[in-house]
Design a protein around this ligand. Structure first.
Ligand SMILES: Nc1ncnc2c1ncn2[C@@H]1O[C@H](COP(=O)(O)OP(=O)(O)O)[C@@H](O)[C@H]1O
Ligand SMILES: [Mg+2]
Length: 222
């Protein structure tokens, strides 16, 4: 059974007199322990697709199944609860809270969620951030910030990890390191993960590759 399954997803945005059909009949699935990549040109609808996967946006039509539960018609409140407990997000610019220390970035999530979480300090140390626990985000390099964002995404032991161009603000060496950490954590903890990326050089690190173009999503042979 897939952790996440999309069936016949359509997403339209109003565009003046017209409608912009960004996603046209998209189907997708990702299993436990699978790290999937979604590639495609700018404006193709990658972020739109990822926000639908993450219950941040509802599709115009189609079904989103998370652990076989249809979440496509969840209320805002149900969506918020789901995001907090079942989904970990990693964004392009890490989005850390400026006035919280690194350890507090994770403890904050532990506090507001009712989910059993892993040890925040232990996961930060595991990701090489043991010397940064009492630092504020502005003291960290881009790569370190993304590692904090990864730790934060995994802290509540979500089933699904979603990453939107997590390497876009990093040089290629740091970017590769970040994706390697995501890959190792996904495989070790047997999570399902979906990453949107532009970077073909990191595709050796993923288990499956999908290409979005003209509103359609196709699986690419690896
Ligand atoms: N909230 C929105 N309202 C209207 N149009 C949007 C909105 N978000 C994205 N779009 C449009 O949807 C298309 C896909 O955008 P996006 O999902 O951000 O693509 P990508 O992440 O692949 O660059 C673009 O044409 C964009 O202008
Ligand atoms: Mg995008």
């Amino acid at each position: 059974m897939p952790v996440l399954e999309l069936k016949n997803i359509v997403k339209n945005y109003p565009d003046g007199e017209n409608i912009n059909e960004v996603l046209k009949d998209i189907s997708f699935q990702v299993k436990k322990g699978e790290f999937a990549a979604i590639m495609g040109p700018s404006g193709a609808g990658k972020s739109t697709l990822l926000t639908i996967m993450g219950a941040l946006l509802s599709p115009s039509s189609g079904t989103v199944l998370l652990n076989n539960q249809d979440i496509s018609h969840f209320s805002k409140k149900q969506q918020t609860q789901l995001r907090l407990n079942e989904i970990g997000f990693i964004f392009q610019n890490s989005d850390l809270i400026p006035y919280l220390k690194i350890s507090e970035q994770l403890q904050f999530i532990q506090k507001i969620s009712n989910k059993k979480s892993t040890d925040a300090i232990a996961i930060l140390k595991q990701l090489g951030l043991g010397h940064r626990l009492s630092s504020y985000p502005n003291a960290l390099s881009g790569g370190e910030k993304q590692r904090v964002a990864i730790a934060r995404a995994f802290i509540n032991q979500p089933d699904l990890i979603l990453a939107d161009e997590p390497t876009a603000s990093l040089d290629s060496k740091r970017g590769r390191e970040v994706v390697q950490i995501i890959q190792e954590t996904v495989h070790q903890q047997n999570k399902a993960a979906v990453m949107v990326t532009h970077d073909e050089r990191i595709l050796d690190l993923v288990d499956s590759i999908w290409q979005i173009e003209d509103g359609k999503l196709n699986k690419v042979n690896k």
